[in-house]
Design a protein around this ligand. Structure first.
Ligand code: ADP
Ligand code: NI
Length: 241
């Protein structure tokens, strides 16, 4: 937080955190239920670590943090559900596809345009694009969804996802000769083809210090320690221990 650089927005939006009535003809529960079903159908069969279960975990975590932090829960839940509807990395680095698809869906539900813009902005802003890439300033709701998404990339589940991703890309688990890189641009991060152990240093171990909320930070600390223990064991076993 507090990285004071002005961020050039992809979308015009009003971050007004008013608990605006979404759509007078549809209840909160109905909006969330229909969105969850839409996302589930869209992501079924994804093997890149963005399957429905990732979304469900992020959604659950975002609700947990959002309640503690007193956020606009409609925005939090919608952004959590829709945040990976299309991945910028799978679309040659085009980061406008996800937000556009999410906003089209919310428009089809007839939601208030402030909510649509806010959710679209969050999805555009939260993705990790490399250790040295500047991060945009987020609304409270954006901070919460980003924390929830990042928490799913660390700890026991984060380790599983990293090796699943690495396997899907045909990457080596570890090579003592290749050193981790700090990616200064999102293009570099996108092109990286290092080992999965290096991904820990290029992303996973950096996330703890990039948590936005106190709640997220506390959960991250615990998951972080588990990854450090894991890496220590990994190197011990590598040496025959
Ligand atoms: P999200 O956008 O959901 O935060 P990403 O799309 O960056 O996550 O990645 C999905 C999962 O795959 C995450 O758990 C992430 O750490 C992992 N992953 C991404 N890139 C790599 C990589 N180069 N090597 C290993 N795992 C990766
Ligand atoms: Ni995600």
């Amino acid at each position: 937080m507090g990285k004071g650089h002005p961020h050039r927005s992809l979308f015009l939006y009003n971050v007004g955190r008013s608990r605006s009535r979404a759509n007078p003809s549809m209840s909160f529960t109905k909006i969330i239920e229909r969105t969850a079903n839409h996302v589930k159908a869209a992501l079924s069969g994804d093997g890149s670590g963005h399957d429905w279960w990732h979304i469900e975990r992020v959604w659950r975590m975002a609700k947990r943090i959002g309640h503690v932090e007193g956020a606009d829960m409609l925005v939090v839940e919608l952004a959590a559900l829709l945040h990976d509807i299309a991945d910028w990395k799978a679309h040659g680095g085009d980061s406008s596809i996800g937000p556009t698809m999410a906003m089209d869906w919310l428009t089809s539900l007839g939601l208030d345009s402030n909510i649509i813009q806010h959710v679209g902005q969050i999805i555009a802003d939260i993705s990790f694009k490399g250790a040295g890439v500047e991060e945009p300033v987020l609304s409270l709701e954006g901070q919460i969804v980003q924390d929830a998404d990042r928490l799913d990339a660390i700890g026991a589940i984060g380790i599983a996802r990293a090796f699943a991703y690495g396997g899907a890309k045909g990457r080596t688990i570890y090579d003592p000769a290749t050193k981790p890189a700090e990616h200064r641009t999102s293009e570099e991060f996108l092109k990286s083809d290092g080992t999965t152990i290096n991904h820990f240093y290029e992303k996973l171990l950096l996330l703890k210090d990039r948590m936005n909320t106190a709640t997220g930070r506390a959960i991250a600390e615990r998951r972080h320690r588990f990854m450090e223990d894991y890496l220590q064991r990994f190197y011990e076993e590598w040496e025959g221990g």
